[in-house]
Design a protein around this ligand. Structure first.
Ligand code: PLP
Length: 437
C-alpha cells in the first residue's frame, strides 16, 4: 500500500525528525516474532523490542486471541464509577510482580500518565496527612518520565523541557555517569556517593516541603544507565530519614527487561510508589499503572469524606480499558509460563560480552548494560551530539537492523527470547557501521 504525499503531510509524527523522515520514510508493515517487515519487503531485526515494549516478541498468539475475545465480549466499559472483571484480575496479577507491600494498582493509559498519577498521589497523600506544604519534587539529570508537564518537570533531559515554558518546580540530582565508572559492566562500582547530594537538596528545601523523589532505577531513554552499587540503597535511606516518598519509574525496567520482575527487585531497593507501562501489555494495547503501598492507599480511604465522594479525583477515560486488561492478563501470564526473567538472566552475560567488544572503536566513548538493555555513547561531532547516533541508526536500518538513537547514544533492547546468533548479527552490523568513522 503506497502512502500519498497528502497523507505524509497530514501526520505530524512524535519524537521524529519529520522533515528527514518524509524525504526518506521508514515504513513498517508487518511484525512477527523478533522481526519486522518494511514496505520494501525487507526483514528487519527488532533490536529495541518495539519501543522497549514487546519483550515477548510480536504477534503473540495468546495475547492476540485474548484481545479478539475481549473485543467480542466487552469492547469498552466506563472506567469511572463502574467496573469490569478483568481490571480486578489484572490488578491482583500485577501485585504478584510488585515488590512486597506495593499492592494497590491505579490504571492509566500510558507511561506518561502513570508518572503524572504517581506525582499526584504523592502530593495528595501529604495533603491527606495534614502536611500540604510537602509538595516539592526531586528528579535526576538524564531522567525520563514521559512528556506531560509533571513528567518533563521532574525529568532531566534538557531538550524535552526547554520549549515549554513554565514547569512544576523541581530539583535534580546529578546524573550517575562519571569518568570513573565509564565502560562498567552492569552496575558501576563507583558512584554511590553521588546519592549524598539528596541529603543536601532536601535540607536546603526543608524536608517539610518535599513530597517525593522520582527516579528510574536504571535510566532507559537517556541511554541505559544502571545505578552505581549502593546508590539506590542510600537514596532510600535518605528518603526514610526525611519522610520523603520514593517513586521508581519502572516503565522500562519493570516486567523483565532487567531479568527481574522489577528494577526494585533487581537492585534490592523498594520504593513507595512505582510506575509501569510498555511490557505490561507487551505493547499491544496502550496501558500504564501506578502501584502504591497499601499504607499510602489507606490514607486516602480513611479520609472522612461522605461515602459517595471520590477519595482521589483523578483517572482517565482509558484507565483499565477492557481490551488492555485482556492483553495485560495474557502478557503477564506468559512472563510466568515462559520463565522469562530467568531466560533474560541466562542470555544477559552473552549480550554484555558482545556489546562491550565495541569499546575498541574510537568513536565509542562509553558502554553500559544490564539484563537485555544496552547503551553506547558516541563521540559528538562539534556541537552536534545527536548526529552520529542518527547516522549509525540509519546505517543499521539499511543493514536490516532496528536500534534506537537518542541524545548521543545508541540503545539496544532485544526481545527476551533473542538467540545468540541474532545478537551476533546485530553487533556485527554495529561494528561495520562504527568502522566507517
Ligand atoms: C521511564 C519512563 N517513564 C515514562 C515513559 C513514558 O511512557 P509513554 O511513552 O507510554 O507515555 C517512558 C517512555 O519511554 C519511560 O521510559
Amino acid at each position: 500500500m503506497t502512502i500519498t504525499g497528502a497523507q505524509f503531510d497530514a501526520h505530524w509524527m512524535p519524537f521524529t525528525g519529520n522533515r528527514q523522515f518524509k524525504k526518506d520514510p521508514r515504513i513498517i508493515v508487518e511484525a512477527e516474532g523478533r522481526y519486522y517487515k518494511d514496505s520494501n519487503g525487507r526483514k528487519i531485526f527488532d533490536g529495541l523490542s518495539g519501543l522497549w515494549t514487546c519483550g515477548l516478541g510480536h504477534k503473540v498468539t495468546k495475547i492476540n486471541e485474548a484481545i479478539k475475545e475481549q473485543i467480542d465480549t466487552l469492547d469498552f466499559s466506563p472506567s469511572f464509577q463502574f467496573g469490569h472483571p478483568k481490571s480486578f484480575q489484572l490488578a491482583e496479577l500485577i501485585t504478584s510482580f510488585s515488590p512486597k507491600g506495593l499492592d494497590r494498582v491505579f490504571f492509566t493509559g500510558s507511561g506518561s500518565d502513570a508518572v503524572e498519577t504517581a506525582l499526584k498521589i504523592a502530593r495528595a497523600y501529604w495533603v491527606n496527612k495534614g502536611l500540604p506544604s510537602k509538595s516539592a519534587f526531586i528528579g535526576r539529570i538524564k531522567g525520563y518520565h514521559g512528556v506531560n508537564f509533571g513528567g518533563i518537570s521532574v525529568g532531566g533531559i534538557e531538550t524535552n523541557r526547554k520549549m515549554f515554558g513554565e514547569l512544576l518546580s523541581a530539583n535534580h540530582l546529578r546524573e550517575t555517569i562519571t569518568p570513573q565508572n565509564i565502560f562498567s559492566k552492569g552496575q558501576p562500582m563507583e558512584g554511590a556517593c553521588l546519592a549524598e547530594e539528596l541529603e543536601d537538596i532536601i535540607c536546603s528545601l526543608g524536608a517539610e516541603n518535599v513530597a517525593a523523589v522520582i527516579l528510574e532505577p536504571m535510566s532507559g531513554s537517556a541511554g541505559v544507565i544502571p545505578p552505581p552499587k549502593g546508590y539506590l540503597e542510600r537514596i532510600r535511606s535518605i528518603c526514610d530519614a526525611h519522610e520523603v516518598l520514593l517513586i521508581f519509574d519502572e516503565v522500562i525496567c519493570g516486567l523483565g527487561r532487567l531479568g527481574w520482575a522489577s528494577g526494585s527487585e533487581a537492585f534490592g531497593v523498594t520504593p513507595d510508589i512505582m510506575t509501569i507501562a510498555k511490557q505490561l501489555t507487551n505493547g499491544v494495547v496502550p496501558m500504564g499503572a501506578a502501584i502504591v503501598k497499601s499504607s499510602i492507599h489507606d490514607v486516602f480511604m480513611d479520609s472522612n469524606l461522605p461515602h459517595y465522594m471520590l477519595e482521589f479525583p483523578h483517572g482517565y477515560t482509558y484507565s483499565a480499558h477492557p481490551v488492555a486488561c485482556a492483553a495485560g492478563l495474557a502478557s503477564l501470564s506468559l512472563l510466568k509460563e515462559e520463565d522469562v526473567f530467568n531466560r533474560v538472566r541466562e542470555i544477559a552475560p552473552y549480550f554484555e560480552a558482545r556489546i562491550h567488544e565495541l569499546r575498541q572503536y574510537s568513536v565509542v566513548k562509553d558502554i553500559r548494560n544490564f539484563g537485555l538493555a544496552g547503551g553506547i555513547t558516541l563521540e559528538h561531532y562539534p556541537a552536534e551530539p545527536a548526529r552520529r547516533p542518527f547516522e549509525i541508526a540509519m546505517r543499521m536500518w539499511d543493514k536490516g537492523q532496528y536500534v534506537r538513537y537518542g541524545g548521543d547514544t545508541i540503545q539496544i533492547a532485544p526481545a527476551f527470547a533473542v538467540l545468540e546468533d541474532e545478537l551476533d548479527r546485530l553487533f556485527e552490523s554495529l561494528e561495520e557501521s562504527l568502522k566507517k568513522f
